[in-house]
Design a protein around this ligand. Structure first.
Ligand SMILES: Cc1cc2nc3c(=O)[nH]c(=O)nc-3n(C[C@H](O)[C@H](O)[C@H](O)COP(=O)(O)O)c2cc1C
Length: 199
């Protein structure tokens, strides 16, 4: 069975190393995953005053998220946290109240950095956010990519066999996770997390 996966790239840079990583992951993904990018660069800055009458980019974004069987976040780490464009997109997608587009979507988080900890702190922040949004996450393998430009070609070919094997394995595990979650999730469920958990 084919699963439609929407991927979000957390960088808006035209030279993004995370976009290069995304291309590699699309190439290495198993056949049962159909990966399509969900763009985030056209979203306005989140303002809750606009929730009920948002820019057309917002419902377009939410529809794409909701139409996906699973979501993959491929993102840099900015100042030890989630880049603003990605957090902005997540905030839009989580609203308005009761219309959280991320609920029950199987998710994966992966990121590339020029630094040695390879986005680990950003990923930890993402896990908190996605937990609150009731989005199940692939726990293992974790994938903290310390980006080496010489390893990746323009179109996402991976020139180092060890890296290729690791990324292929990550995508296989993500595909198995998506299948597992969907096998126990009612289709079309639109849940929401309760911010008022301190009664
Ligand atoms: C505003 C800003 C903050 C950054 N903070 C971090 C950081 O906390 N940790 C890290 O590993 N790299 C950090 N970097 C370096 C990024 O890893 C590097 O710029 C990387 O290329 C960004 O990914 P991208 O090419 O996909 O945009 C930061 C870069 C910018 C522009």
């Amino acid at each position: 069975m084919t699963h439609r996966i929407g991927y979000l790239v957390g960088s808006l840079s035209k030279d993004s190393i995370n976009r290069v990583l995304a291309k590699a992951l699309v190439r290495l993904a198993p056949d049962e995953l159909e990966l399509t990018e969900i763009p985030i660069g056209d979203l306005p800055l989140f303002n809750r005053d606009d929730e009920m009458n948002p820019d057309p980019a917002v419902p377009r974004f939410k529809e794409r998220v909701e139409a996906s069987d699973g979501l993959l976040f491929i993102s840099p780490e900015y100042n030890r946290s989630i880049p603003a464009p990605l957090k902005n997109a997540i905030d839009w997608g989580s609203r308005p109240w009761g219309k959280n587009s991320f609920a029950r979507k199987p998710t994966g988080i992966i990121g590339a950095s020029v630094g040695a900890i390879g986005t680990a702190v950003m990923q930890s922040s993402m896990r908190s956010v996605l937990s609150f949004l009731d989005a199940p996450q692939l726990n293992a393998p974790e994938a903290y990519i310390s980006f080496k430009p010489e390893v990746y070609g323009e179109d996402g070919e991976v020139k180092d066999p060890g890296t290729e094997k690791f990324l292929r394995h990550y995508m296989e595990e993500y595909a198995a996770f998506v299948a597992r979650v969907l096998s126990v999730t009612l289709p079309g469920h639109m849940g929401d997390s309760d911010p008022d958990t301190m009664h």
